[in-house]
Design a protein around this ligand. Structure first.
Ligand code: 5GP
Ligand code: MN
Length: 336
């Protein structure tokens, strides 16, 4: 939690126009985009010059969020992004706990900067790079933290429809539409207020989840056919090879949420999806679990990743088949 002294320092810093940059993790999801754009619209209300720099492209299913057309993409627009970062009076880093989560390219740049940073994030074990760190794993989303941050500063009345829409989006996506365990009465009080301030809950849900292409649903069908169950390990997993992705005209965001199907089978407590990325030479993995099975630890210890207790991700540099074998072997070993 932020100290009283830090809060008053931040408040006085924000009381006159500043140059502020916001960034989030690579491959931004609903929470990364929603919290960044929500904070951006809030800081604009306070008359700051604000830019959101995303490490790489954001998925199409979030392109309707207000002002995505002004997002600077670091990996594509380095020459534009660098001076913005260098001239920042403050850099907000949202929805990640360590600079490497912005990817190799942006990490290198961020590490050379001496500009003060502020982290707002809900992942475990935050690194110590920021002047101000608002980090709390009890939150289900960074968006809910940004909402509390605005309230702590005493600016609840400045929350407009744009801010409410962005924050609502990340809360819906990171909570699996309000079903994951970190969804609390505070979450519902927060979204109730966001609805009062103009977030159209039904339209947002529809914009997020009723916008699939036909090929995306066919890809989901393929993923479900590829689903394997390991009852003795209470585990399941899905694979998608590059060839399969290509044959369904894969676009960024198309595999979002598919991993959860593996957990919907009775008796399964841990699941994973392995997605081949030939261009990056990796297998990108998402893990999900129920109860005490800690996939953050699992991803950290075995698959170059991390995240939360019940939702984490990582990557492997072996091929798809080897990676799956490794996954099963580790589970079998841990079971013992
Ligand atoms: P997802 O599976 O939806 O991509 O991510 C689930 C959670 O794990 C998110 O909180 C995300 O930030 C985190 N996560 C995903 N991939 C990685 C990774 O490669 N490294 C780390 N440290 N966290 C990850
Ligand atoms: Mn998040």
């Amino acid at each position: 939690m932020l100290q009283e002294k830090e809060i008053s320092e931040i408040k006085s810093f924000l009381s006159s126009p500043k140059k502020i940059t916001i960034t989030a993790h690579r491959n931004p999801d609903g929470d990364a985009m929603g919290s960044s754009l929500g904070l951006l619209h809030f800081l604009k209300q306070l008359n700051h010059e604000v830019v959101f720099i995303s490490p790489n492209e954001f998925p199409d299913f979030l392109a309707w969020l207000p002002d995505t057309n002004k997002v600077v993409i670091f990996e594509r627009e380095y020459d534009k992004a660098l001076p913005i970062l260098q001239k920042s009076d403050l850099i907000f880093t949202l929805d990640f706990n360590a600079l490497h989560r912005t990817g190799d390219a942006m990490q290198k740049t961020l590490e050379t900067l001496t500009n003060p940073m502020m982290m707002i994030d809900h992942h475990q074990l935050p690194d110590d790079y920021a002047k101000y760190t608002f980090s709390d794993v009890n939150y289900g989303s960074t968006c809910q933290m940004v909402y509390d941050f605005i309230n702590i500063l005493g600016y609840n009345h400045l929350i407009n429809k744009e801010i409410a829409t962005c924050l609502y989006t990340g809360i819906v996506t990171d909570s699996g539409s309000f079903r994951f365990p970190k969804t609390t009465s505070d979450t519902h009080k927060c979204v109730a207020d966001l609805i009062d301030k103009g977030a159209n809950n039904s339209e947002i849900h529809s914009a997020l989840f009723d916008n699939s292409s036909y090929t995306r649903l066919q890809l989901l069908g393929k993923a479900l056919q590829n689903l394997k169950v390991l009852p003795e390990l209470k585990a399941s997993y899905i694979t998608l090879s590059q060839e399969e992705l290509d044959s369904f005209n894969y676009k960024k965001g198309d595999t979002e949420g598919i991993v959860n199907y593996g957990l919907s089978i009775e008796g399964i407590i841990v699941t994973a999806i392995f997605i081949e990325n030939k261009e990056e030479g990796i297998i990108k993995i998402s893990f999900r679990s129920q109860g005490g099975f800690d996939v953050n630890e699992f991803a950290r210890n075995h698959f170059n990743g991390g995240g939360h207790i019940n939702a984490a991700g990582g990557k492997s540099f072996s091929n798809l088949e080897e990676t799956v074998k490794q996954f099963i072997a580790i589970l079998a070993k841990e079971k013992k």
